[in-house]
Design a protein around this ligand. Structure first.
Ligand code: ADP
Length: 244
């Protein structure tokens, strides 16, 4: 937060944002289910200029064994950004940010996955961010849900994710990188539309109680848009001609 480029117009007099979008308009979203033949399930997402690949492995034996749970399966998530995914080369060592995002994505997926159906095993979710442009945790979470479904992991619902935020004193859907840097608030949301449950909600910035409520509503509406694209990706693979 905090005005990196004071000259950039975040919202013009016609309500058009710095990348040409309207206030409630998400970036272009494309999801493909499958694609990695060595994974049990996989998905690729383009969310604006974010490009992310997810591979799911399992349920499989847990190593080290003492990490397994006799009552339930465990979910492990690794979010990793390629050094070339951002303008200035990212240090390849795991960063605190990557550890944090791995944890929040794992916790956002857990309510959706029926882990009790496969005790003593693990499901591993590997997230590779090839190109980052703001909102990678939401894009990655949405793709991870599709990859889990593609792996045939029993789920209660899919988690769809999208951020809302505050830019130029206005609540907008799907904050991009410039808006994240120069805007006033960013609220990533993960939501299960069928169960009507939020599984991820973070907030960076300051909002009034009214703005907070509006932001949640706008973000949840964005998740519903993402959900339709997630379902279409699975339909295209399993019932259409997009399978491999
Ligand atoms: P998210 O990607 O979920 O929005 P952040 O808010 O932490 O997570 O990051 C916002 C954006 O900042 C990222 O999407 C990426 O474009 C950029 N970014 C993150 N880490 C780095 C980094 N090490 N170097 C350059 N840009 C980065």
């Amino acid at each position: 937060m905090g005005g990196r480029d004071a000259t950039m117009v975040l919202l013009d007099e016609n309500g058009i944002r710095c990348d040409g979008r309207k206030v409630n308009e998400p970036r272009r979203i494309m999801i493909k289910a499958g694609g990695l033949k060595n994974a049990d399930g996989s998905a690729y997402i383009e969310f604006g200029d974010n490009k992310i690949l997810v591979g799911v492995f399992g349920p499989r034996d847990v190593h080290p064994k003492h990490m397994s749970n006799t009552d339930t399966g465990i979910l492990r998530v690794r979010y990793h950004m390629e050094p070339f995914s951002v303008g200035e080369r990212k240090n390849p060592a795991p960063s605190r940010r990557e550890i944090e995002i791995s944890k929040v994505i794992k916790e956002a997926l857990e309510p959706a996955v029926m882990l009790d159906k496969f005790p003593r095993t693990a499901v591993d979710v590997f997230i590779e961010v090839l190109q980052a442009d703001g909102g990678t945790r939401c894009a990655a979470l949405s793709a991870a849900s599709v990859a889990l479904a593609d792996a045939g992991i029993p789920m209660r619902d899919m988690v769809a994710a999208c951020a809302a935020g505050k830019v130029a004193d206005t609540i907008v859907l799907d904050v991009n990188n410039e808006e994240d840097q120069a805007g006033q608030a960013d609220m990533p949301i993960g939501y299960m539309p069928n169960l009507e449950k939020i599984t991820l909600l973070q907030l960076d910035g300051v909002l009034t109680p009214e703005e907070y409520t509006k932001c949640v509503q706008v973000g949840v509406d964005g998740c519903k848009i993402v959900y339709d694209i997630q379902k279409k990706a699975l339909q295209d693979k399993y019932f259409g001609n997009g399978g491999d």
